[in-house]
Design a binder for this molecule. Structure first.
Ligand SMILES: [Zn+2]
Length: 145
């Protein structure tokens, strides 16, 4: 896993102005429904209120105490697939943004780089995640590589 994360961070560094930090975050997977409810503030947690894109949720928790940050990914995501790697890439962009103290265009840059990485592999956000075309356009339109 560390080698994969390091390779993805090197790709991000080569395709953006973000420096590649020494620290590699840890990755944990958690129950997809509980994660989606947590991030969408759905209480009590009701699976029927979730849409198809929400099972792909992940987030980045910045370094706490002396750890190197944590990537939390829904257990619906298979981390051995291209889609899983693109989810990790997105969260690694946040890891590198925080390491570089960048606070602007956070999601634009993360989705933009994820889209670019998927394009290089013959896919896209729409295709990989069955994402609505309009939504995918909105999430990447603000990003210029
Ligand atoms: Zn993000």
């Amino acid at each position: 896993m560390k080698e994969l994360l390091a390779a993805l961070m090197i790709w991000i560094g080569a395709n953006s102005s973000l420096p590649v930090p020494d620290a590699v975050p840890n990755v944990v997977q958690v129950d997809s429904v509980r994660l989606a409810c947590l991030l969408e503030y759905i209480e009590p947690c009701d699976e029927t209120k979730l849409d198809k894109t929400q099972k792909w949720f992940a987030y980045y928790r910045p370094p706490f105490a002396r750890d190197a940050g944590l990537i939390v990914v829904s257990d619906h995501v298979d981390l051995d697939t291209m889609e899983g790697h693109s989810v990790l890439l997105h969260e690694l962009v946040h890891h590198m943004q925080i390491a570089a103290k960048q606070t602007y265009d956070i999601e634009c840059q993360a989705y933009g780089l994820e889209q670019q990485w998927l394009h290089e592999r013959g896919s896209s956000l729409q295709e990989a995640f069955d994402m609505d075309e309009m939504y995918a356009m909105i999430v990447v339109m603000c990003y210029e590589p």
